[in-house]
Design a protein around this ligand. Structure first.
Ligand code: AMP
Ligand code: MG
Length: 345
C-alpha cells in the first residue's frame, strides 16, 4: 500500500511538473494545460486553440470556490454547517448544495438505497484513504448505520435550506461532487470563450467539444489494476464525460482482504460483488459520476440492465475475473488494448 502511494505521488508530481508549462504540438493541436492538487486529487485542465495562460486563474479559482461549498472537510462549507445543525434545525445552503443533494437522492431511489449520500458516519468510521483507516468493530458499524438514511435528508427548495433529521448525521458528496464540478467547470470554460477542452478531475474526465481539427478525442478506459492513467482500452469521443468507479482507487488490505472505499449502506462494509470497476460514458459528468458509483454497487446484472435502459448512457464493466461487459451502444466504439482482459458480450 505504501509503495502504491509513493508511486502515485511520484507519477502525480511528474504530471504536475510537466503539465504546468505551455505545450504546443507541431501537429494539429494547439493546446495548453495546467494541473494542481484540489478536490483531494490531481486535476488537469487542457484548453485547445489558445495560448492564453491567464485563463487558468479564473478556472482554478472557480473549482476552489465549489470545493469550499461542497467539501465535508472544509469547516466553512455548507456540508459542515449541515453536520453541525443535524437534528436541530434547517440550514440555509447554496444553490449548488441543493442541486447536488437533489441529484443524490434521485440516485438513492434509482439504486433502491444502495447509493446513499448520508453515508458520512460510516465513511468516516472506515477512514479509507486516510491515516486512520481500519476495520471497525461490528458494534461501531451498527451504531454508525443508525445515522444513515437518505430519507432523513429534507430539502426545502423554496427557502433554499436543508435539514438532516438526526443528530450525528452528515452528508458526503465523494461519489458525485467531482462530476458536478466538472460540468460547472466546462460551463465556466465556455464562458471564457473556449469551445474545446478537457477537464480531468482525478480521472473524472469531461471532453468539451472536439480536438482542433474537429476529430474526436481518444480517452483511455481506466485499467483497475494500474495506477491512475493506465488504461485497458480506448474509445474515441467528443462532448462526453467518462468516469470510472472501482475497488482499486482507495483501499487498504488486511489479512489478504481488500477493503475499498465504496460501501454498501445496508451492511456498512465495502461493496462485495463480482465487479472491479465500472466506467460510465454519458453527456454530463454529473450523471457519469453518480452512475458509476451506483452501478458498481448494483453489480453486473442490475447495473448493465439499468444502463441499457437509459438513453445516451454507455458503460464498460470489468469483473474480478478480468472479463469486460459492454453496454449495447458502445460495442463498436470500444477498442480493447490490454489483452489480459476479454470482452464477453
Ligand atoms: P466514486 O469514486 O465516485 O465512486 O465515489 C466513491 C466515494 O463515494 C467514496 O470515497 C465515498 O466518499 C463515497 N461513497 C462510498 N460509498 C457510497 C455509497 N454507497 N453511496 C454514496 N456515496 C458513497
Ligand atoms: Mg461517482
Amino acid at each position: 500500500m505504501k509503495k502504491k502511494i509513493i508511486l502515485i505521488v511520484i507519477m502525480s508530481m511528474i504530471l504536475y511538473i510537466t503539465s504546468c508549462s505551455y505545450k504546443q504540438n507541431n501537429g494539429a493541436d494547439k493546446k495548453i494545460s495546467k494541473s494542481d492538487f484540489m478536490l483531494n486529487t490531481y486535476i488537469t485542465i487542457t484548453l485547445y486553440d489558445t495560448e492564453d495562460e491567464t485563463l487558468f486563474e479564473p478556472i482554478f479559482d472557480y473549482i476552489k470556490q465549489l470545493e469550499n461549498i461542497l467539501s465535508i472537510h472544509i469547516k466553512t462549507s455548507d456540508l459542515y454547517k449541515l453536520r453541525e445543525n443535524a437534528g436541530k434545525e434547517y440550514t440555509k445552503v447554496s444553490d449548488e448544495t441543493i442541486e447536488v443533494t437533489k441529484k443524490s437522492i434521485e440516485y438513492s431511489e434509482l439504486s433502491e438505497g444502495l447509493f446513499d449520500v448520508s453515508l458520512g458516519p460510516i465513511i468516516e468510521l472506515w477512514g479509507i484513504g486516510t491515516p486512520e483507516e481500519r476495520v471497525p468493530s461490528k458494534e461501531e458499524i451498527e451504531k454508525a448505520l443508525l445515522l444513515v438514511d437518505y430519507k432523513k435528508v429534507k430539502i426545502d427548495e423554496e427557502q433554499k435550506q436543508i435539514m438532516l433529521e438526526k443528530e450525528g448525521m452528515f452528508i458526503d458528496f465523494g461519489a458525485i461532487a467531482k462530476g458536478y464540478i466538472a460540468d460547472k467547470t466546462a460551463d465556466k470554460i465556455k464562458e471564457l470563450g473556449i469551445d474545446n477542452a478537457i477537464v480531468n478531475l482525478g480521472g473524472n474526465v469531461l471532453l468539451l467539444g472536439t480536438k482542433s481539427d474537429n476529430s474526436d478525442f481518444s480517452v483511455g478506459i481506466q485499467n483497475p489494476e494500474e495506477a491512475r492513467g493506465g488504461y485497458l482500452g480506448i474509445i474515441k469521443a467528443s462532448n462526453l464525460s467518462v468516469v470510472t468507479s472501482g475497488d482499486y482507487e482507495r483501499y487498504f488490505e488486511k489479512d489478504d482482504k481488500r477493503y475499498h472505499h465504496i460501501i454498501n449502506p445496508f451492511t456498512g462494509f465495502p461493496s462485495d460483488n463480482n465487479l472491479k470497476s465500472v466506467s460510465i460514458i454519458s453527456s454530463t459528468s454529473f450523471e457519469s459520476d453518480a452512475l458509476s458509483t451506483t452501478t458498481l454497487l448494483l453489480g453486473l446484472e442490475k447495473g448493465l440492465s439499468k444502463v441499457n435502459n437509459l438513453d445516451d448512457v454507455e458503460a464498460v464493466f470489468v469483473t474480478k475475473d478480468n472479463k469486460i461487459y459492454l453496454s449495447d451502444g458502445i460495442k463498436d466504439k470500444f477498442e480493447l488494448t490490454d489483452k489480459k482482459y476479454k470482452i464477453v458480450n
